[in-house]
Design a binder for this molecule. Structure first.
Ligand code: GDP
Ligand code: MG
Length: 440
């Protein structure tokens, strides 16, 4: 994956007191190839590499202290910048309802995402959304939206398949006004490819209801095509933002990196699964850190906060800050992850875990998780709270008690220690995680 490739590229800078221009150039060549292989748009890659090199030269990093760390810091900043810098939120209309129009190709995830957004607003803002069924080409499309609405207890406005979608949108917004709905989501039709009749219809809907946001839903799995699709829709429809779906799948991440640079429009959310809870706010800085293999502690903490009770999440935050995260917390986290569903995605957010072979298959194999738990449960309370106690003889006892090889026990303890160190550094907002990566 991209993270592994980038980490390998940076490993070449590691351990060198001084970095030559040639070292920098060969590292940047690796970075460039890694980005291209991840399906990042060619022009975007060229601009990116140029900017990193310019900044590195401008700041004279090769002459300074820790040039390797500084270069990674520049790469992190430029990746964040490339994805839009700050997080972009849904705009709230000055007067209700806020109108959100969805657009996108067939199968991109429009209907599902309408449900995800409505659910999120309902949960977080006690919003009263209305969903408008404006895809009249497939009878099943209306039914699908009605099912989504029923799942989250949100009403759906539909007028069947015989009414013009533009009229449905207008009538739906009127209904929302009459019922004091604060948000409306217009679920539109898609096509397998961009064509004029689809774009005409979408333009008409847009002109008729003046959406607060026009969001394009694109499938991240389609790689470079996702970027082309975004460009096409933006040219025709002047979208306000993008939702990138199916990031849970085996995607190469290129779309997330290129869309803002190519269209000038930010990614607002990402879809992380088929369930209506699987929607994340897009944070360019966190995505950059994740791509650089630093994990994504902040997203993890946030996700935990949504799923478990707030008090526990606050305690976790405190513990990370105080560096007193212990094996009890670790097993607690694993169990919560297990309850949350896709462990594999979440593991990737934990620093040091993303490339961890022992944990890579956790999602597929629940036994793997049981082994980890067995090891932790074989520790005494004191050992769990104070992992420094775990000397070789204690480790041998734990291996026997959990029926696991000593190597597995050692590996888990090592991973735990690395994770704890990185969590602490990342949560303190310094570049510690990267320093650690460079010095490891
Ligand atoms: P539409 O044609 O654009 O309305 O797309 P749908 O909402 O009907 O979604 C098409 C398919 O993609 C469905 O099977 C969804 O469950 C699936 N889907 C949507 N979003 C995601 C996502 O973020 N992750 C995954 N894995 N599947 C998704
Ligand atoms: Mg649909």
């Amino acid at each position: 994956g991209l993270s592994e490739r980038l980490q390998t590229a940076f490993r070449n800078l590691r351990g060198k007191g001084k970095i030559s221009e040639a070292d920098l150039r060969s590292t940047m060549r690796e970075v460039r190839l890694a980005l291209l292989d991840a399906d990042v748009n060619f022009a975007v890659v060229r601009k990116f590499v140029k900017q990193v090199e310019e900044q590195a030269n401008g700041e004279n990093v090769l002459e300074g202290l820790n040039p390797g760390q500084q270069i990674i810091k520049i790469v992190d900043e430029q990746l964040t910048e490339m994805m839009g810098g700050a997080t972009t939120e849904l705009t709230t209309a000055p007067k209700i309802p806020t109108i959100v129009m969805m657009a996108g190709l067939q199968g991109a995830g429009k209907t599902t995402t309408v449900g995800k957004l409505a659910r999120k607003l309902k949960q977080e803002k006690q919003a009263r959304p209305l969903l408008i069924a404006a895809d009249v080409y497939r009878p099943a499309a209306i039914e699908q939206l009605q099912q989504v609405g029923a799942q989250i207890d949100v009403p759906v406005f539909a007028e069947g398949t015989d009414v013009d979608p533009v009229q449905i949108a207008i009538d739906g917004v009127k209904a929302a006004q009459a019922n004091h709905n604060d948000y409306v989501f217009i679920d539109t039709a898609g096509r397998l490819q961009i064509d004029d009749s689809l774009m005409d219809e979408l333009k008409k809907i847009k002109a008729a209801v003046h959406p607060t946001d026009t969001l394009l839903v694109v499938d991240a799995m389609t790689g470079q095509n996702a970027v082309q699709t975004a460009e096409g829709f933006n040219d025709a429809l002047d979208i306000t933002g993008v939702i990138l779906t199916k990031l849970d799948g085996d995607t190469r991440g290129g779309a997330a990196l290129s869309i803002k640079a190519v269209t000038g429009k930010p990614i607002l959310y990402t879809g992380q699964g088929e369930k209506l809870a699987d929607l994340d706010v897009f944070h360019p800085d966190r995505m950059a850190s994740r791509i650089l293999g630093m994990g994504d502690v902040l997203s993890l903490v946030e996700k935990t906060q949504q799923t478990i009770d707030e008090k526990k999440a606050r305690q976790l935050n405190e513990k990370i800050k105080e560096n007193s995260f212990d094996f009890d917390d670790f097993v607690d986290q694993l169990e919560q992850l297990q309850r949350m569903g896709s462990i594999k995605d979440l593991i990737g957010m934990i620093p040091g875990m993303a490339n961890n072979p022992a944990l890579k298959n956790v999602d597929m194999d629940p036994h793997e998780l049981d082994k980890i738990k067995a090891i932790i449960y074989s520790m005494t309370n004191q050992e769990r709270e104070n992992p420094d106690l775990l000397n070789p003889s204690r480790r041998r006892r734990i291996a026997r008690g959990s029926a696991q090889p000593i190597q597995t026990v050692n590996r888990l303890i090592k991973q735990f220690n690395e994770m704890k160190k990185m969590m602490n550094q990342v949560s303190n907002g310094n570049m510690g995680g990267m320093e650690q990566m460079m010095n490891a």
